[in-house]
Design a protein around this ligand. Sequence first.
Ligand code: SF4
Length: 231
Amino acid sequence: MHVKGWVKSSLLDYPGKIAASLFCGGCNFRCPHCHNADLVLHPDQQPDLPSDQIWDFLSRRHGLLDGVAISGGEPTLQTDLLPFARRVREMGFLVKLDTNGYRPDVLEAMLDAGLVDYVAMDVKAPLIKYDQAAGVAVDVKRIQHSMALLRRGPVDYEFRTTVVPGLLAEEDILEIGRLVSGVPRFYLQQFVPHNTLNPEMTSRVPYLPERVRAMVDLVAPWVGEVRLRGV
Ligand code: SF4
């Protein structure tokens, strides 16, 4: 695992749990609004966290941490993700996976092997705008496949959308509502104009909180529950 950074204890990264968060280098998307630009564009310029350090830390956190959130970048690109997650679970911790959903094969393998307890998957835009949102040509069938895998259950999951000004407006949020229809939990996330992959995005002003809150009402009829992050 090419883990480039970590937060040893967080209440924010795994809903309802205390978790360590690990940030893997590299991504198969180039979302202009991504605020992990260095992790995505230059993962080789940052040293890997020694795996011994991670295992040693976790071995001393029983009773203090509930789980480990494996984030990125895009963790499904890591060739040893499955054995890594297996070892975390064998140590008695829950595993949360953050993913953009573009490797449904890896997601399915993790689900089938029972190696993940919670998945947070980005739904970046209406399908017709996915290329623009992801910054690369996207085969949206792969996104739909991952969504279907999560809907199949039984693993707990969320879909989440970052409300990027200039990319997503109210009609897009409505369309995303239709796309995620029926999910138990959906998060709308505030855009953070910091260290963005496209430097021009740093000057883009996030929507006012009241506008983002109003978007909740647009999605609410389609999903079990809508929550806000960063608003
Ligand atoms: S925001 Fe986009 S580019 Fe950044 S890590 Fe997530 S999927 Fe990759």
